[in-house]
Ligand binder design. Structure first.
Ligand code: NAD
Length: 364
């Protein structure tokens, strides 16, 4: 909750409460919340007791879930696919739980799509982190002291995070290349001023439409063609930002040790897939390492937290939109309409039942 989103929630008929200090790392003080009409509560435990609807960011601990009752609704990241214990407790407590990562990716739900909000921030921040670790300009310059070539940036994976990275990289003036297994993103990549990397491969790059807009595992031949292209690019590029993910799997290893070795000293790799095992051989999760040949590999997994004000603002807005859809009469009461595709899709427990995984959405 931000002071602004609290004002909007009050217009829906709700009284708002916040844990004291919850906004401080995002530069929102208790006084800011009070000025927005929010009641500041001493501790998280008090808040769990007092509130009917609890919104949070991190996956709740099992102790936290013990506070749930049939009257309470919890809205949070929940990792329902890997959190059976959490689902069981929420079910036993009879509470309604909405998992933000389960918001269906349909047009109507974009305003609640917290995964996209956070991926956008991570993509932007990846470029900032890269430039912070890179000893040269991104943009080319002609100066009195000589000509400076532009940096060359390769973005692997052009989903939400990759496109944000491409936009930031081109805005900083780098020559930017991007690769994705889904050929339909080529146009988006090119419209952002970057160059799409095509493979010398007889078959077309995978048809993403077959898997609902998501990538699937590449064939061995395709993978070989992709790796050959990356080997060719490795000595040329200064910065590599990898964002390649396949839903419900470990991240594919795409930037191998020999490619890291072939890069120039001072080059930087940001592996945004580090959370899922990494796209790069040599990534250490949550750390920055420098290889023997002087290449920096960054495996941080907390890029959104490194921009806490921005992340909180966007996440609070996603939550506020979810609350708007849950409160059609603006009467301060949740109408948990399981016939609504978006609400149904995101609800993982409802009235003492586990409702995950959801049926596929009817509307696209
Ligand atoms: P993601 O985080 O699952 O994956 C990131 C990217 O990695 C994807 O573009 C994927 O194609 C790519 N990738 C996978 N394997 C690869 C490989 N071997 N080499 C190179 N790239 C590889 O993706 P995402 O950001 O969640 O986006 C997936 C799709 O969903 C996109 O088409 C996006 O536009 C779409 N989307 C739609 C909505 C909506 O309609 N509301 C919201 C968000 C995203």
């Amino acid at each position: 909750m931000t002071p602004d989103s609290a004002r909007q929630l009050q217009k829906l008929g709700y009284e708002c409460l916040i844990e004291s200090g919850a906004g401080s790392r995002a530069e929102f003080s208790d006084a800011d919340y009070e000025a927005a009409g929010v009641k500041v509560v001493g501790s998280a435990a008090d808040l769990w007791g007092e509130a009917d609807i609890i919104a949070k960011v991190r996956i709740p601990t099992l102790d936290e879930l013990e506070h749930l009752t049939p009257e309470k609704t919890l809205i949070t990241f929940f990792n329902p696919g890997g959190n059976q214990e959490g689902l069981d407790i929420a079910k036993a407590k009879g509470a309604n739980v909405i998992a933000m990562e389960m918001v269906p990716r349909i047009s109507r739900a974009q305003k609640m799509d917290a995964l996209s909000s956070m991926a956008n921030i991570a993509g932007y921040r990846a470029v900032i982190e890269a430039s912070n670790n890179f000893g040269r300009f991104f943009t080319g310059q002609i100066t009195a002291a000589g000509k400076v070539p532009p940096a060359k940036v390769l973005v692997v994976g052009a989903g939400v995070a990759g496109l944000a990275a491409i936009g930031t990289s081109t805005a900083l003036g780098a020559v930017t290349y991007a690769f994705d297994v889904r050929p339909e993103v080529a146009e988006q990549v090119e419209s952002m001023g970057a160059e799409f990397v095509y493979l010398d491969f007889e078959e077309e790059q995978q048809d993403g439409a077959a898997t609902g807009g998501y990538a699937s595992v590449s064939s061995p031949e395709f993978r070989e063609a992709q790796l050959a292209k990356f080997r060719e690019l490795a000595p040329e590029v200064d910065i590599v930002i990898t964002t390649a993910l396949i839903p419900n799997r470990e991240a594919p290893k795409l930037w191998l040790e020999d490619m890291v070795k072939a890069m120039k000293p001072g080059s930087v790799i940001i592996d945004l897939a580090a959370e899922k095992g990494g796209n790069v051989e040599g990534t250490v999760k949550d750390e920055k390492v420098v290889t023997d040949n002087g290449v920096t590999i960054v495996g941080y997994t907390d890029f959104p937290s490194r921009m806490a004000t921005q992340s909180s603002t966007l996440y609070a807005t996603n939550i506020r939109h979810m609350m708007t859809d849950l409160t059609p009469d603006k009467d301060g009461k949740i109408n948990h309409n399981m016939d609504d595709d978006v609400i149904r899709g995101a609800t993982v427990t409802h009235q003492g039942e586990i409702t995950f995984p959801p049926p596929p959405p009817k509307v696209q």
